[in-house]
Ligand binder design. Structure first.
Ligand SMILES: O=C[C@H](O)[C@H](O)COP(=O)(O)O
Ligand SMILES: C=C(OP(=O)(O)O)C(=O)O
Length: 350
C-alpha cells in the first residue's frame, strides 16, 4: 500500500510547550508593568485621549541581535528626546510574510542558513524582546504564525497584521484574543475593505483552534480585541498617504461604525518600495497631523543603522553590519533627523 498521509512531510519536530520556553526567559515584574503602561499609552493615542503621534520605527526585520540592540540603544535616547510629542515604539519584526519565497525571519531561521531551528528562534526572539523592554522601549511586531503569540506575545506592546494576512480569518480570530493594541494593514492591492472587515471581525468574540500554554491543541474562545485600527500602506494601485486617500479612509471607517483612527506606513507601497522617498512621505503624514487631522494617530518607518538593503542569501561573514536583508530601510541619521524635525513641527507653540 502507498502511504495515505504525510506524503509531503519530511520531518515533524515537537517544540517545547510555551510555558517551558517562557520559564527559560521569564518576564520580570518591572517589565510587565512597563508593557501594561505602554499598551495603555498606545490605546490612549488610538482613542484620541493622548495627543501624541505614535511612531512605529525600526528594522524591516531583525537578523542580527547585536546590531538590533545597538539600534534599540540609539532609539531609546531619541524616544526620550521627543516623548512630549511622540510615542516611539520599536519595530522588532521576527516573522516575514514573503510574496513568494525567501528568508522568513529570525524565528523560522535564526541561523540564517536554512537550518530552520524554530525552537532556537523562539528563544532568541524572547531574549531580544526582553532586552529591548529592559531599555525602556515599547515593542512592536507583526504576528504571522498563529502559534507564535503563545511564546512571545507577553513581551509585545503593539502588533500588526500584515497586508498579506489581513483578509485571513485565522489572523482575525487570533487578533480577537491578543492582549495588545493592533493595526491591520490595507491589502496588497491597496484595497481598504479587508482591513475594515478585519477590524469588525477582530473586535468580536471568536472561537477557534489554538495551542495552550502546555502545548496541547485547544479550543480557544475570546472576548474580542477593542483596540484595533487600520494602517494605510499603499499597494499596487499606488500610495494612499495623501490627504485625499486619508479623508476617504476616514469616511469609510465612520460609515462602517468604526473609530476613525488611521496609522500611515511611510514604507512599502507608500514609498513605492524606494526608501529614499520615505522621509518625504513621513513629512507629509506629519503635515496632515499638524494641519489638524486627528484621525492620523500614527506613522510607521522602516529604519536601520545603515540605509538600503543587501542581497540575501550571501556568506554571513560578508553581511554589512546593521543593514537590512529584507526591505530597504532609511539609515539612522535620516531617522533621527526626520523624527526630531517632526517633534519640532508638532510643537503646539510653533
Ligand atoms: O516588509 C517586508 C516585505 O515587504 C514583505 O515581507 C514581502 O517581501 P518580499 O516581497 O520581498 O517577499
Ligand atoms: C510585511 C510588512 O508590511 P506589509 O504587510 O505592509 O507588506 C512589514 O511591515 O514588515
Amino acid at each position: 500500500m502507498q502511504p495515505v498521509s504525510d506524503i509531503h512531510v519530511s520531518s515533524n519536530l515537537p517544540l517545547p510547550p510555551p510555558a517551558d520556553l517562557i520559564s527559560r526567559v521569564p518576564r520580570e515584574d518591572a517589565q510587565a508593568e512597563f508593557i501594561i503602561r505602554s499598551r495603555r499609552e498606545i490605546r490612549d493615542i488610538i482613542f484620541g485621549n493622548d495627543p501624541r503621534l505614535l511612531v512605529i520605527a525600526g528594522p524591516c526585520s531583525i537578523h542580527d541581535t547585536a546590531a538590533g540592540l545597538e539600534y534599540a540603544e540609539r532609539f531609546a535616547k531619541l524616544a526620550d528626546q521627543v516623548k512630549d510629542r511622540m510615542l516611539l515604539v520599536m519595530r522588532v519584526y521576527f516573522e516575514k510574510p514573503r510574496t513568494t519565497v525567501g528568508w522568513k525571519g529570525l524565528i523560522m531561521d535564526p541561523r540564517l542558513d536554512g537550518s530552520n531551528r524554530i525552537e532556537e528562534g523562539l528563544e532568541t526572539a524572547r531574549r531580544f524582546l526582553s532586552d529591548v523592554i529592559r531599555l525602556g522601549i515599547p515593542t512592536a511586531t507583526e504576528l504571522l504564525d498563529p502559534i507564535t503569540p503563545q511564546y512571545i506575545a507577553d513581551l509585545i506592546c503593539w502588533s500588526a497584521i500584515g497586508a498579506r494576512t489581513t483578509e485571513s480569518q485565522t489572523h482575525r480570530q487570533m487578533a480577537s484574543g491578543l492582549s495588545m493594541p493592533l493595526g491591520f494593514k490595507n491589502g496588497t492591492l491597496g484595497n481598504l475593505e479587508p482591513a475594515i472587515n478585519a477590524i469588525k471581525a477582530a473586535t468580536q468574540p471568536q472561537t477557534f483552534l489554538g495551542v495552550g500554554m502546555d502545548g496541547r491543541a485547544s479550543a480557544v474562545t475570546t472576548t474580542g480585541n477593542p483596540d484595533c485600527h487600520i494602517i494605510l500602506r499603499g499597494g499596487e494601485s499606488g500610495p494612499n498617504h495623501d490627504a485625499g486617500s486619508v479623508g476617504a479612509t476616514r469616511e469609510l471607517l465612520l460609515k462602517s461604525g468604526l473609530k476613525p483612527a488611521i496609522m500611515i506606513d511611510a514604507s512599502h507601497g507608500n514609498c513605492r518600495k524606494d526608501h529614499n522617498l520615505m522621509p518625504a512621505v513621513f513629512e507629509e503624514i506629519v503635515r496632515q497631523r499638524k494641519g489638524g487631522d486627528t484621525s492620523v494617530i500614527g506613522a510607521m518607518l522602516e529604519s536601520n543603522l545603515a540605509g538600503g538593503a543587501q542581497k540575501f542569501p550571501q556568506p554571513l561573514d560578508q553581511l554589512v553590519h546593521g543593514q537590512s536583508i529584507t526591505d530597504a530601510c532609511i539609515d539612522w541619521e535620516t531617522t533621527e533627523r526626520i523624527i526630531l524635525d517632526a517633534a519640532r513641527e508638532l510643537d503646539p507653540g510653533r
